[in-house]
Design a protein around this ligand. Structure first.
Ligand code: SF4
Ligand code: SF4
Length: 204
């Protein structure tokens, strides 16, 4: 409906008081909800200052021991979404004495790339089951953030050159000097200590 310029219908007295009532009623209803929740214990925590504990078999970002990997591709074949990328010059063999692949042995192939695309990974742990050398595990870190889609692909062979089995998340780098548990986790990850394979599917 259109009205001549500057002329609008006047609200009736009843409408005026109804508007006031509706406004106050909305405020009261909103405050009742606020008061109901204000005394309930929050379900969220102030991460990373506080953290929740995970289940023992929690499956996080993988931990990969390249020194034990024979490049057999069994993990990649088991992966239901094809998100493990392996490039090698030839298969590799474990040295029976050291239990590791002897990189100086010319009969052993070189691992060129071992990468996992976390934009596809389901964290199903099916890749850990067929590994004959038990060198790929589900880790405990869950919060790997980045600024691009490319950041979701973790190049484990590049990490291995730095002595790492799993990536160090940005938040961990930023908070390691101020939060004690982050400092402990950072020390563990940067020294290449595994979190344990509690998240792996047990061998049958
Ligand atoms: S956890 Fe599952 S989806 Fe992720 S790499 Fe392993 S097999 Fe593939
Ligand atoms: S199954 Fe194990 S040994 Fe074989 S390529 Fe995968 S991680 Fe390496």
């Amino acid at each position: 409906m259109s009205f001549p310029q500057g002329q609008y219908p006047r609200a009736t007295v009843g409408q005026y008081f109804r508007d006031i009532y509706d406004t106050l009623h909305g405020v009261v209803v909103g405050m009742k909800i606020t008061l109901r929740y204000i005394f309930i214990k929050p379900v969220t925590v102030n991460y990373p200052e506080q953290r929740l504990s995970f289940a023992p078999r929690y499956r996080g970002i993988h931990e990969f021991e390249q020194s034990k990997c024979i490049a057999c591709d069994l993990c990649a074949k088991a992966c239901p979404v094809d998100c493990i990328y392996i490039e090698k010059t030839a298969p590799r063999r474990i040295d029976k004495v050291s239990g590791l692949v002897d990189e100086s042995d010319p009969k052993n192939g070189k691992m060129i790339r071992f990468a996992i695309d976390y934009s596809k990974c389901l964290f199903c742990a099916l890749c850990t089951e067929p590994c004959p050398t038990d060198c790929i595990h589900m880790g405990k870190l869950h919060d790997l953030s980045g600024y691009s889609r490319a950041d979701t692909v973790v190049e484990f062979s590049e990490l291995d050159k730095k002595g790492l089995h799993t990536p160090i998340p940005l938040w961990m780098e930023r908070n390691k000097d101020t939060i004690p548990w982050v400092a402990a986790e950072h020390a563990r990850v940067s020294s290449g200590i595994l979190a344990g394979n509690g998240g792996d599917i047990p061998k049958v």
